[in-house]
Design a protein around this ligand. Structure first.
Ligand code: ADE
Ligand code: ZN
Length: 339
C-alpha cells in the first residue's frame, strides 16, 4: 500500500470528534437539488455538477451568499430530518464518534420556517443515530453576527422550549465589521441561563477579535482563531489558558484565508502547544468531510500519525462532554493508537 492509502485507512478508523460543523454546510448537492424540486424553490442549478461548479469562493462573504441560498430549500420537518441524518451517517462512516453541531435558526426564519419545525426534524434524526449506532451529538445554538444583537436575543428567547437541547451558544457569519463586542449582552444573558459559549474569531477578522471573544464574551473555545499568530501575547495566553481552537483546514484554503494548504499554520500551532483541533466547517461546500481534512494535512504538510493522534485527543478534550465521557473516548483512542 502507498503511504497515502495506509494513512487514509488509519485516519478513517481513528475515533475522533468534530467540534466545528454548521449543519447547513453539510447539505450535499444531490440533496439540495432534490429539496429544491420538492419545495418548488427556483435555483439556477439543474445538476450536481452545476451546483458544485459554484463552489468557487474568493472570501467568506462569497461563500455565505451561496450557503444561505442553499439553506432556502429546507422547508418542512422531513427536510431537516434528512439534512441531519445525512451528516450523522457520514459520522458513522468516518468514525466521528462525537460531534458538536451548529444550528442556525435565524437562517430559516425569513423562509417562514419555525424553530419547532427545525428542531422536530433534527431531534428525530439524532435520536435514531444515538439509538442506532451510539452516535454522540451535542447541539450549539449559533447566532448570526450580520444581524442585530436584539435579533439574536429574541432568538435566544425563542430557544427557551429547547433549552435542554443546546449545550452552548456560538457566533457565525460575516466576521469583519461585526466584532464580538457587538454581542456582549447576548452572551451575558446566555451565560446566566447556563449556556457554554464559543464564537468564530480570527478567521478573516484580526487577532483583536479573538481577544474580545475571550475577554468580553468569555467564550470557552474559539472557532478558527488561526490569525492568533499575529499577536505573540495572545498566542502565549491561548497556551497558558489551554483555550481550544477549532481549526478548519479545507475551509481556510477554500475561503482564501491561506493561499494553499502548504501555507496553513495548524501544525505550527500544534507544535507550539496550542490546543488545536481539525474540523470540516461546511464539508459539502469545501469538498471534504473530517477525514478529508486530515488527509489534506497529511498530503500537504506531512501530518504524521503521532500528530494526528494529538489532534484527535484534543478533539475530545476540547469538547463539551463530561469528564467521564471524555475519559471513555480517550481510552478508546489509546487502544486504537496501540494498534
Ligand atoms: N457560517 C458557515 N461557515 C462559516 C464560516 N467559515 N465562517 C463564518 N460563518 C460561517
Ligand atoms: Zn464555521
Amino acid at each position: 500500500m502507498s503511504d497515502n492509502s495506509d494513512f487514509n485507512a488509519w485516519v478513517s478508523g481513528l475515533p475522533k470528534a468534530e467540534l466545528h460543523l454548521h449543519i447547513d454546510g453539510s447539505l450535499q448537492a444531490h440533496r439540495l437539488l432534490a429539496l429544491a424540486e420538492k419545495n418548488n424553490v427556483k435555483l439556477d442549478y439543474k445538476t450536481t455538477e452545476e451546483v458544485e461548479a459554484a463552489y468557487n469562493f474568493v472570501d467568506l462573504q462569497s461563500f455565505l451568499d451561496l450557503y444561505y441560498l442553499g439553506a432556502s430549500v429546507l422547508k418542512d420537518e422531513e427536510d431537516f430530518y434528512h439534512l441531519m441524518m445525512d451528516y450523522l451517517l457520514k459520522c458513522r462512516e468516518q468514525n466521528i464518534v462525537h460531534c458538536e453541531i451548529m444550528v442556525e435558526p435565524q437562517t430559516y426564519f425569513p423562509n417562514g420556517v419555525s424553530f419547532a419545525t427545525v428542531m422536530a426534524g433534527f431531534k428525530k434524526a439524532i435520536k435514531e443515530a444515538e439509538q442506532g449506532w451510539g452516535q454522540s451529538v451535542l447541539l450549539i445554538l449559533s447566532l448570526l453576527r450580520h444581524l442585530s444583537e436584539q435579533e439574536a436575543i429574541e432568538t435566544l428567547t425563542q430557544a427557551e422550549p429547547f433549552r435542554d437541547d443546546f449545550v452552548a451558544i456560538g457566533l457565525a457569519s460575516s466576521e469583519n465589521g461585526n466584532p464580538p463586542e457587538k454581542f456582549e449582552k447576548l452572551y451575558r444573558v446566555a451565560r446566566e441561563q447556563g449556556y457554554l459559549a464559543i464564537a468564530h474569531a480570527g478567521e478573516e477578522g484580526p487577532a483583536d477579535y479573538i481577544w474580545s471573544a475571550l475577554k468580553k464574551l468569555k467564550v470557552q473555545r474559539i472557532d478558527h482563531g488561526v490569525r492568533c499568530v499575529e499577536d505573540a501575547t495572545l498566542l502565549q495566553y491561548l497556551k497558558k489558558e489551554n483555550i481550544p481552537l477549532t481549526v478548519c483546514p479545507l475551509s481556510n484554503v477554500c475561503l482564501c484565508v491561506f493561499d494553499s494548504m502548504t501555507e496553513h499554520n495548524i501544525l505550527e500551532l500544534l507544535e507550539e502547544g496550542v490546543k488545536v483541533t481539525v474540523n470540516s466547517d461546511d464539508p459539502s461546500y469545501f469538498r471534504g468531510f473530517l477525514n478529508e481534512n486530515y488527509m489534506a494535512l497529511h498530503e500537504a504538510l506531512n501530518l504524521t500519525k503521532p500528530q494526528a493522534l494529538v489532534l484527535a485527543k484534543n478533539s475530545f478534550e476540547a469538547s463539551f462532554l463530561t469528564a467521564d465521557q471524555k475519559a471513555q473516548y480517550l481510552q478508546k483512542l489509546d487502544v486504537y493508537s496501540r494498534g
